[in-house]
Design a protein around this ligand. Structure first.
Ligand SMILES: [Zn+2]
Length: 556
C-alpha cells in the first residue's frame, strides 16, 4: 500500500484509502471484520517506519468471540521518548447493504454509484451532490471507512515526520461498533496492559465518527468533547391469566405494557435538556407477549424494552424514575380494571366479589433481596436459567428476560409483577470535564485549533459536549460512583456473560474522547456519502494540529 501512497498528498491518500476500504466488505457480525482487521494491519505494516522494531502494529483477538474478530493497534513512538500518548480510534465494521435494494451489487463500488446517482432524478439533492463530484458514495464511505482512512493517512504522516510528534501515537481500530461494541470493550484490557507495561499516559483520544448536517442547509461542523450514554431498560411483566370470557378478573400484561410504552416511548419530557446539545427521547425497541399460538386465554407475560439516552443523570436516579413510571402504569391499569369490573357487575347484575388488580413493581436488585429472604438461591436459579436459555437463544436480551422469568417462577407467590432490569448494550455517557485542569487544557487546545482553522478555511465549527449517537468512545472512561457500578451490576442479569464491561478499568483509564468527525450525509442509508473537501483536506489537518497541540503540554 505504501508504494501507492507515497507519491500522493495527504488528501489524495485519505481518499485513496477510503475507496480501498469501502471496496472491502466488513459488515458487522461477519467474517469481513476479521479480514478488514488483517488488511489494516497489512497497510500499516507497509509503512517504512513500521518495519523497524520501535514502532509496532498488531491485532488483538476479542476473547471468546465466535467469529474470531479482532482489533488493530499501531504504536508510533514519538521523538521525545516520553510516555505521553494520543490515541486515535475508529471502528472498522459497517452495517449491511440490504438498504441498497436492487443496486445492492454496487454498494461497494464508489465509481459505479457516482454514475448511478448522477442519473438519479428521484432525489434532487443526491443527484446534485453526485454532479458536484465532491462526494464519495458507498457503504461505509461515511460510517466510517473514511475515518479509518484519515487516521491511517495521519499515522503515515507522523511516521514520516517524527519530529512533529512530541509524544506517542497509538492507533486503534475496533470491531463490532455497529453491534455489541465487543471490540472496544475488549480493547480496554489492551490499553491497560500498554499503560502498565510501557507506562503510557493517555492524554486524550481522538475519534472521527461521522457528523452530518442537523437540518436542511446546515453546514456547521459539530465537534464533540464526549458521547451520549445509552441504556436499555427492560420490563418483564407478569399478569394474571384468565379466560377471555372472564377477562376482567385477570390482569392483562399487554395492558400494562401499553401503559408503560405510552409513558416512555418518544416521550421528549423524559429527555434531559442541556443547553446547546442535541438530545434525543427514548423509544420502544421491543414489545411482545408470550403467546405462542392462538387460544382463548390472555397472555401471561410480556417483554418490553426501550432505547434510552442519558447524559448527566446519575444511573441511580434514572432507575428510580423508571421504577416510578412503571408504578404509575401499573396503578393506571389497576384503576381501569377496577372501574370496568364495577360496570360489568352492575350491568350484568352480578354479586360483589373480592378481586385485586394490584401489580407489584420492583427493580431486579430489590426482587433478588426479596427472593433471598424467602430462602431462594437466586445465584443458582439465574445461572441455571442462563445456561438453559443459552442453548436455544442467541439474543442476549432474550437470555436476560429468560433469567428474570425463571426468578419470578421461583417465587412461590408468583404475584402479578413488573420487574425492571437492564439489558445489553450499555454505553456510559462521558464528556471532557471542564472543572478539571486537564479538561480546561483540552478544551483550550481544541478551541484554539478550531479558531485558526475557521479563519483559514471559512468553516463554521460548534463544540458540543455529547456526540448524540452511539460511539465506542463511551467505553474509554466512566465517571460513575461505586454505588452506580453496584446498582448497574445488580440490575443487569448475567452481566459478566452477556455484556462484560470493566467499569472500574474504564474509570481508571479515564481517557477523554474528542470526536472530530468525517462529514457527510445519510449514514446507514443507501445514499450514504462523505463530503470530500472537508473530510480529506480540512479534517486531517485539524486532527494533526490538535494532536500536536495536546502533546505540547508541559510536564511529564
Ligand atoms: Zn460509526
Amino acid at each position: 500500500m505504501f508504494a501507492n501512497l507515497k507519491s500522493m498528498n495527504l488528501s489524495q491518500q485519505a481518499e485513496y484509502l477510503t475507496k480501498a476500504l469501502v471496496k472491502m466488505k466488513s459488515y458487522n457480525h461477519s467474517d469481513g471484520e476479521r479480514h478488514k482487521a488483517d488488511f489494516l494491519k497489512e497497510i500499516i505494516h507497509s509503512y517504512p517506519s513500521f518495519n523497524d522494531n520501535d514502532n509496532l502494529v498488531w491485532t488483538q483477538e476479542i476473547p471468546g468471540d465466535e467469529l474470531g474478530r479482532k482489533n488493530v493497534f499501531a504504536f508510533l513512538k514519538g521523538r521525545s521518548g516520553g510516555k505521553r500518548t494520543i490515541l486515535y480510534l475508529a471502528h472498522l465494521d459497517t452495517v449491511g447493504t440490504e438498504d441498497f435494494g436492487p443496486i445492492q451489487g454496487m454498494a461497494h463500488d464508489p465509481d459505479k454509484l457516482q454514475e448511478f446517482f448522477v442519473q438519479y432524478g428521484s432525489d434532487p439533492e443526491v443527484q446534485e451532490d453526485a454532479l458536484s463530484e465532491e462526494w464519495l458514495f458507498g457503504r461505509g464511505a461515511l460510517d466510517m471507512q473514511s475515518g479509518v482512512a484519515v487516521h491511517l493517512a495521519n499515522l503515515l504522516f507522523f511516521s514520516e515526520n517524527p519530529d512533529e510528534l512530541n509524544g506517542n501515537l497509538l492507533v486503534m481500530f475496533n470491531a463490532d461498533e455497529e453491534g455489541e461494541h465487543k471490540g472496544s470493550r475488549a480493547a480496554l484490557a489492551e490499553l491497560l496492559r500498554l499503560k502498565e507495561k510501557m507506562g503510557l499516559e493517555y492524554l486524550a483520544a481522538i475519534n472521527n465518527d461521522f457528523i452530518s448536517p442537523l437540518y436542511d442547509g446546515d453546514t456547521t461542523k459539530y465537534i464533540y468533547t464526549g458521547t451520549a450514554g445509552k441504556i436499555l431498560p427492560c420490563f418483564s411483566i407478569f399478569g394474571r391469566e384468565t379466560h377471555a370470557g372472564e377477562s376482567l378478573a385477570g390482569i392483562d400484561p399487554t395492558l400494562i405494557a401499553a401503559e408503560l410504552t405510552a409513558r416512555i416511548s418518544q416521550n421528549f419530557q423524559l429527555t434531559e435538556k442541556l443547553e446547546g446539545e442535541l438530545v434525543l427521547p427514548p423509544s420502544c425497541l421491543y414489545m411482545r407477549d408470550d403467546k405462542k399460538r392462538y387460544d382463548v386465554q390472555t397472555a401471561v407475560g410480556c417483554r418490553v424494552y426501550f432505547n434510552y439516552f442519558f447524559y448527566e443523570k446519575p444511573l441511580k436516579q434514572l432507575s428510580k424514575e423508571l421504577g416510578m413510571i412503571a408504578e404509575d402504569a401499573a396503578i393506571a391499569v389497576e384503576h381501569r380494571l377496577k372501574g370496568a369490573y364495577k360496570d360489568f357487575r352492575t350491568v350484568n347484575k352480578l354479586p360483589e366479589r373480592q378481586l385485586d388488580w394490584g401489580t407489584e413493581v420492583t427493580a431486579l436488585d430489590d426482587f433478588l433481596v426479596y427472593l433471598e429472604q424467602k430462602g431462594i438461591d437466586t445465584v443458582s436459579v439465574m445461572e441455571e436459567a442462563r445456561k438453559q436459555s443459552s442453548l436455544k437463544e442467541t439474543d442476549a436480551r432474550m437470555i436476560a428476560f429468560d433469567i428474570v422469568e425463571a426468578l419470578h417462577q421461583s417465587d412461590p407467590e408468583k404475584k402479578p409483577r413488573v420487574v425492571l432490569f437492564y439489558g445489553t448494550p450499555f454505553l456510559p455517557a462521558n464528556t471532557v470535564d471542564v472543572n478539571t485542569e486537564r479538561g480546561v487544557f483540552l478544551k483550550d487546545c481544541l478551541e484554539e485549533v478550531l479558531a485558526e482553522e475557521a479563519k483559514k478555511t471559512g468553516e463554521a465549527f460548534k463544540v458540543r459536549k455529547y456526540f448524540p449517537y452511539l460511539s465506542d468512545g463511551s467505553f474509554l472512561s466512566f465517571d460513575g460512583s461505586d454505588e452506580d457500578i453496584q446498582s448497574l451490576k445488580k440490575n443487569f442479569p448475567a452481566i459478566k456473560n452477556l455484556f462484560p464491561i470493566p467499569l472500574k478499568a474504564m474509570r481508571d483509564l479515564n481517557i477523554p474522547v474528542i470526536n472530530l468527525g468525517v462529514y457527510g450525509k445519510a449514514g446507514h442509508k443507501w445514499t450514504e456519502r462523505v463530503y470530500k473537501p472537508y473530510t480529506f483536506e480540512v479534517l486531517p489537518e485539524i486532527i494533526r494540529k490538535v494532536t500536536r497541540r495536546i502533546l505540547q503540554k508541559p510536564g511529564s
